[in-house]
Design a protein around this ligand. Structure first.
Ligand code: UDX
Length: 429
């Protein structure tokens, strides 16, 4: 099937590459000429495991194309995905200007029936507005359908999530559009759920908010564990074995970050408010996330007493492992707080240092974790990179001035670290 993806950012590019990989003919559109030129040469502007390989493979076999022209994408494709950004505004609501503009641009070049699909995370009722906008600006009165098909990929495992989704949600009412969407997803072995437009849009915000809620719940429990002398990892394991609860997203830490959870939880609170419901539960979920970071900072200060002139070794800058993304990264927030207190921050991240340098140039960026340890007063683990587990911790210890570890991700084995002579402070244990 011929499809166009408008917006070649994280979601658009990975979605386009994966559709091409299962045999569809995909045109990815973006108004950034420099980006399109790079992508045509197989250069990927983000780090996402496996993405470069499938982009190059499908460019070579002619299943993946890149263009700056929306008209070309719309003309050559039956299904048009809208995957442009929906950034947050200051009050937590969503900036819909990119989606609205693309809807008008599609309308202006519509010559035959097309299925227009909202892929971006949007507030409920956006599909209805996209429909009305296209209808208004579509001067030839061409037939079209609008569908909501939210994306649930996680950064760092996006290619896997796209090729093996837990479910495909299709919000549509026209049989013609539903059948086209079913055919599009037929190469994927995943359950397809057909809903109305509004329900599909709600599923996305509801899912992300629920996952954030699960993490905030275990983070709140970590505080109780600390006060009670219990171990949150054991509590999570015991809870997670109940299938109704499930073991995922129960890793206590320094709080959730990234380009989705903070934005989506804030947006969902705002959307609910506009619909007349005060979503107090989600407000608390957000507050717990703020408290968790501040509590971690307090624990560090309690031990180090004064941060000014202390040399803090920071392991991790990305908002999670296997990505170079630093958007709403708690690790970056911690670095900012340390610098503000007058500490010297020496940091290492396997992937995110280039992006971090642009945002926080006053960090001393190290070429290895070992260098982070050198002459440091403590080490703070802020991102759950697996490679940090297997560092030569003996040699790290001998490079440090005082062997203190604040493990914000419970990445290391507490007993092992204590036996090695570290003063180890984790989360909820
Ligand atoms: C999330 C959703 O998982 C995905 O379905 C949606 O499409 C986009 O938002 P992503 O932001 O890529 O994906 O990362 P995710 O793996 O969900 O992690 C989000 C944050 O929660 C990270 O900061 C991570 O470190 C943190 N986290 C996750 C925890 O602190 N504990 C956990 O148990 C899981």
């Amino acid at each position: 099937m011929k499809i166009a993806i408008i917006g070649s950012g994280y979601v658009g590019l990975t979605t386009g590459a994966c559709f091409a990989d299962v045999g569809h003919e995909v045109i990815c559109v973006d108004n950034d000429a420099k980006k399109i030129k790079m992508l045509r040469e197989g250069q990927i502007p983000i780090y996402e495991p496996g993405l470069e390989e499938i982009v190059k493979k499908n460019l070579a076999r002619g299943f993946l194309h890149f263009t700056e022209s929306i008209a070309e994408g719309v003309e050559k494709s039956l299904v048009i995905f809208i995957a442009v950004p929906t950034p947050p505004l200051e009050d937590g609501s969503v900036d819909m200007t990119y989606i609205e503009r693309v809807a008008r641009q599609i309308a202006a070049v519509l010559k035959e029936y097309r299925v227009i699909v909202d892929k971006s995370t949007v507030p409920v009722k956006t599909g209805e507005k996209v429909y009305q906008t296209i209808k208004r600006y579509n001067s030839h009165n061409i037939d079209f359908d609008v569908v909501s098909n939210p994306e649930f990929l996680r950064e760092g495992v996006a290619v896997h999530d796209l090729l093996h989704p837990d479910r495909v949600v299709i919000g549509a009412t026209s049989d013609r559009a539903i059948n086209i969407m079913k055919e599009l997803y037929s190469p994927f072995k995943a359950p397809i759920l057909i809903t109305d437009l509004n329900s599909a849009e709600l599923i996305k915000h509801a899912s992300n908010s629920f996952l954030a809620l699960k993490i905030s719940y275990i983070n709140a429990l970590s505080r109780i564990c600390e006060a009670a002398g219990a171990n949150v990892q054991m509590v999570a394991e015991g809870m997670g074995l109940d299938h109704r609860i499930g073991k995922h997203f129960l890793r206590a830490g320094i709080g959730w970050g990234g380009s989705c959870f903070p934005k989506d939880v804030a947006a969902f609170i705002k959307i609910s408010q506009e619909l007349g419901y005060d979503f107090k539960l989600l407000k608390e979920v957000s507050q717990i996330n703020v408290d968790q970071k501040e509590h971690f900072l307090r624990k560090i200060k309690n031990v180090l007493w004064v941060l000014k002139e202390k040399r803090i070794g920071l392991l991790g800058l990305a908002f999670k492992n296997n990505t170079d993304d630093i958007r709403s990264s708690v690790a970056m927030d911690l670095a900012t707080a340390f610098l503000k207190e007058g500490a010297i921050v020496q940091a290492f991240d396997p992937r995110a240092m280039e992006k971090a340098k642009e945002k926080l140039p006053s960090i001393h960026y190290c070429s290895s974790a070992q260098e982070v340890a050198r002459d440091s007063d403590c080490i703070v683990i802020a991102t759950e990179w697996e490679e940090f587990i297997n560092l030569d911790w003996k040699s790290m210890k001998s490079a440090m001035i005082s062997p203190i570890i604040f493990d914000g991700r419970n990445l290391l084995d507490k007993k092992k670290m204590i036996n090695m002579g570290f003063h180890y402070i984790g989360i909820g244990n």
